[in-house]
Design a protein around this ligand. Structure first.
Ligand code: MRU
Length: 363
């Protein structure tokens, strides 16, 4: 793995993860998000194991970005057993996608993107005779996943901005910004798009324990784009709502079941409950790739359990007694009944019912 920390000259949007070089010799380049906001560093992954580790350790994170990283990672895997024959590329690609599927369980975008890579190799392996042409085709597919996500984020932003009014306070949880997607984000796309339309809003960013994606990433993204933002601890959200500072909540999603139940970063459910108690609209912004219509409801969404040390040693030293029992689910599920609307690239689903979701997403 090589590292480049020289480039902090970002365009208005951020390329979180991408492919550099040719299909035969290139690699996956990604921003190491574990180092933000202190260090802006891009790392190059040359092997599928390095991409797996980057996903597992949250160097690249956020549902759509995980899917994009995995798609490019699958290409690294495809050429790992030699590129002499179509069959070696085909079987290596399947090995790589199977391995990448074990990195994180909750965000369905990972599986959605890997399914696309699997389907592509199956469709093209019988048609093509040149292994390098097959690698090219796999790169084209991974790039398409990235490009489509970029377009979906812009569209989510446009639909979502219609729901905000100038001067509103908007609370968000975790990071669903450019860092979590191809660029521009989902929940933050709504805020960026509103700002571009001249509707200035003030964001309250939950810091998002235990890994502080809100403090480290959302606050950083909003600050560098000049959007007014106030950082709060997670346990302050209800009080900030009671004080009348918040008129809307917008969050992202990792997986949305057929009935609208939504898995997102742990703590989202509490925010939704607090929003309902204060009669504040609670919006979930997500692309169609985040919907999993094979699951009837949120009860069957797999929830990732993470290392207890993220809670006991999250600040680099022990903040709890040695040997303490810890529970560390990375996500929770917000019931559809608490969601005012789902903002997708195809339009706004309001209310979030099984029928409305099927009509917009199920085709
Ligand atoms: O554990 P993370 O940082 O990958 O969790 C990310 C989230 O929960 C985001 O809100 C979600 O993936 C949506 S990103 C557009």
């Amino acid at each position: 793995m090589t590292v480049d920390s020289s480039d902090n000259d970002l365009s208005p949007t951020i390329e979180t993860v991408g492919w550099v070089g040719s299909a035969q010799n290139g690699c996956v380049r990604l921003i190491d998000q574990t180092l933000l906001p202190g260090m802006f560093t891009r790392i190059d992954c040359q092997t599928v194991d390095q991409v797996w580790e980057a996903i597992k350790m949250l160097r690249v994170r956020g549902a759509p970005a995980i899917g994009i990283a995995a798609a490019f990672g699958a290409l690294l895997g495809a050429r790992s057993q030699g590129t002499e024959s179509i069959e070696s590329v085909r079987s290596a690609l399947h090995d790589a996608t199977a391995h990448l599927r074990t990195s994180r369980p909750t965000a369905v975008n990972l599986f959605w993107a890997l399914d696309r890579m699997d389907r592509t190799v199956e469709a093209e392996a019988s048609r093509l005779s040149d292994p390098s042409a097959l690698l090219e085709r796999l790169l084209t597919e991974a790039r398409a996943i990235q490009d489509e996500d970029r377009a979906m984020c812009r569209s989510i932003g446009r639909f979502g901005a219609e729901l905000l009014k100038p001067g509103q306070g908007v609370l968000t949880h975790c990071n669903a910004g450019g860092l979590a997607t191809a660029d521009y984000g989902t929940a933050l796309a709504v805020i960026f798009s509103a700002a571009e339309q001249g509707k200035s809003v003030h964001v309250f960013a939950d810091e998002t324990r235990p890994l502080l994606q809100g403090a480290r990433l959302t606050a950083w993204e909003l600050q560098r784009r000049g959007i007014p933002v106030t950082l709060i601890c997670d346990n302050m959200a209800a009080q900030v709502m009671k004080e009348g500072r918040v008129q809307a909540v917008v969050v992202g999603a990792d997986r949305i079941a057929a009935n609208g139940d939504t898995a997102n970063k742990i703590g989202t459910y509490s925010v939704a409950l607090a929003a309902r108690a204060h009669d504040i609209p609670f919006y979930v912004a997500a692309p169609s790739s985040t919907f999993d219509l094979s699951l009837p409801d949120g009860a069957s969404i797999p929830i990732e359990q993470r290392d207890p040390r993220e809670i006991t040693h999250g600040f680099g030293y022990a903040t709890a007694p040695e040997g303490i029992e810890v529970y560390n689910p990375a996500f929770d599920v917000t019931p559809a009944t608490l969601i005012t609307a789902l903002i997708t690239e195809r339009g706004v689903i309001r209310p979030a019912t099984r029928e409305a979701i099927r009509d917009l997403i199920g085709s």
